[in-house]
Design a protein around this ligand. Structure first.
Ligand SMILES: Cc1cc2nc3c(=O)[nH]c(=O)nc-3n(C[C@H](O)[C@H](O)[C@H](O)COP(=O)(O)OP(=O)(O)OC[C@H]3O[C@@H](n4cnc5c(N)ncnc54)[C@H](O)[C@@H]3O)c2cc1C
Length: 395
């Protein structure tokens, strides 16, 4: 029976453990946290978006420059396979109106509990929590720290699944990168992805807005419109529609120190239609009342309009509503990001995600240097990469 050491118990590590046990491997899983799948649980807080139901050809385009690599992995372990896996765990999934796929109760806990139960019931599975990976040498001897004691383990096969570098409190701190660099493995630097952006708002705006959503808007950057929503925060702006532009926005901010995002608060109406509707309002009532009654501009949207266009009035409002110009001056810290770019470069790996410089050692999940938007593409990438490694080990 072949033994595999897995380091990291997020979805990528846990899924490779699950598949390896099914293929009669012995699995030792190490994680430096006191529990498994903490980021997966956090991902379930706002509704766990497991994957996406669009056509695979469209799906794989979301991996940008790594499209062809991900296309081969995702065709092997598809979004439907991921849904079947959830069913194996006793959790039904459904396709939402946006074609995104969610577990029935939207949460991650039930999936995770059932998953861990199955692993623990298998006599070939050993779990070692509170073990921090610190290094691996060229003979594949791994050093872990367990409550200040050094533990050394050696495995013929090792799967690294230690995640990216955001949300440190879930265990994904990116600290593994030092050891990898010492072995000469090339990494791309970690950068926030699917992240928020900074803008300095007035004190009045911060007090009134705090954290408030803007719904059913269109966000435009570099002339690319995306329908979605955003969250105004005391520091700037975040949320789904912003994350969808975050790669381009981030690169622009890194390059020039700033970027301008345009928001259309009423994307279903033309400027002329808005103007006509406003003109039918009683011009004696306040502007906020007129805009609310005419086209449903709520208080949050109105405060935003006043912040950006202090001289907004009945005659110029329609143009402003269609084009709220939000200049951004920074990127929110990496620890707040949904995901991170950067990690082990694909040039360091063969088709089975095996490190060319460390035979028998594999890298999966967010440790890989890839970028994908929210929408289930991150988790699908993690699962499909785990499936690829297991296939490689099983042939
Ligand atoms: C708020 C939020 C919402 C999200 N929502 C979604 C979503 O809806 N859909 C989606 O597709 N994706 C979502 N994601 C992203 C998704 O959760 C991650 O891409 C995914 O968890 C990455 O899986 P992973 O197994 O590669 O790494 P992780 O889940 O980060 O797991 C890594 C594991 O390795 C362990 N580890 C790290 N370093 C060491 C070490 N030195 N020694 C030992 N163990 C170590 C960690 O403790 C952890 O258990 C969300 C993320 C966040 C933060």
């Amino acid at each position: 029976m072949k033994k595999v050491i897995i380091i990291g118990g997020g979805p990528a590590g846990l899924f490779s453990a699950y598949k390896l046990l099914q293929n009669n491997f012995k699995v030792d899983l190490y994680d430096h946290s006191s529990g498994l799948g903490k980021k997966f649980l956090v991902a379930g807080n706002g509704g766990l978006n497991l994957t996406h139901s669009e056509e695979i050809d469209e799906f794989v385009k979301k991996y940008g420059e790594n499209e062809s690599f991900f296309a081969s992995m995702i065709n092997e372990f598809t979004p439907n396979d991921l849904r079947s896996f959830c069913e194996e765990l006793g959790v039904e999934t459904f396709i939402g109106s946006s074609k995104r796929v969610f577990p029935e109760n939207l949460k991650a806990a039930e999936i995770l509990l059932n998953w861990i139960k199955i692993l623990k019931e298998n006599e070939n599975f050993s779990l070692h929590l509170n073990h921090k990976f610190t290094k691996i040498n060229s003979s594949k001897e791994i050093t872990l720290i367990h409550f200040e004691n050094e533990v050394k383990v050696q495995g013929e096969y090792v799967i690294f699944a230690m995640g990216g570098a955001s949300w440190k409190k879930t265990g994904s701190d990116g600290s593994w990168s030092d050891s990898f660099q010492k072995l000469g493995i090339e990494l791309s630097p970690f950068l926030p992805m699917n992240c928020g952006f900074e803008r300095s708002w007035s004190a009045f705006f911060i007090e009134k807005i705090n954290y408030s959503p803007l719904k059913n808007i269109e966000l435009k950057f570099n002339d690319k419109p995306i329908r979605g929503e955003a969250m105004l925060t005391p520091f700037g702006i975040e949320g789904g529609g912003v994350y969808a532009h975050s790669l381009a926005l981030r690169d622009q901010v890194i390059k020039t120190g700033e970027a301008t995002l345009f928001i259309d608060l009423k994307p279903n109406l033309t400027e002329a239609e808005i103007q006509t509707k406003i003109s039918h309002q009683n011009d004696k009532s306040s502007l906020s009342n007129q805009l609310r009654k005419a086209i449903g501009i709520d208080q949050v949207a109105f405060i935003l309009l006043k912040e950006i266009y202090p001289h907004i009035n009945r005659d110029n409002a329609s143009g402003s509503i269609k084009n709220v110009e939000i200049s951004l001056c920074g990127i929110r810290p990496i620890d707040e990001a949904i995901s991170t770019s950067g990690g082990v470069r694909f040039t360091e790996l063969n088709e089975f995600l095996e490190l060319k410089k460390l035979k028998g050692c594999y890298v999966i999940g967010e440790m890989l240097d890839f970028e994908a938007p929210t929408g289930g593409y991150l988790l699908q990438g993690c699962f499909s990469s785990a499936a690829r490694v297991v296939r490689g080990l099983s042939v």
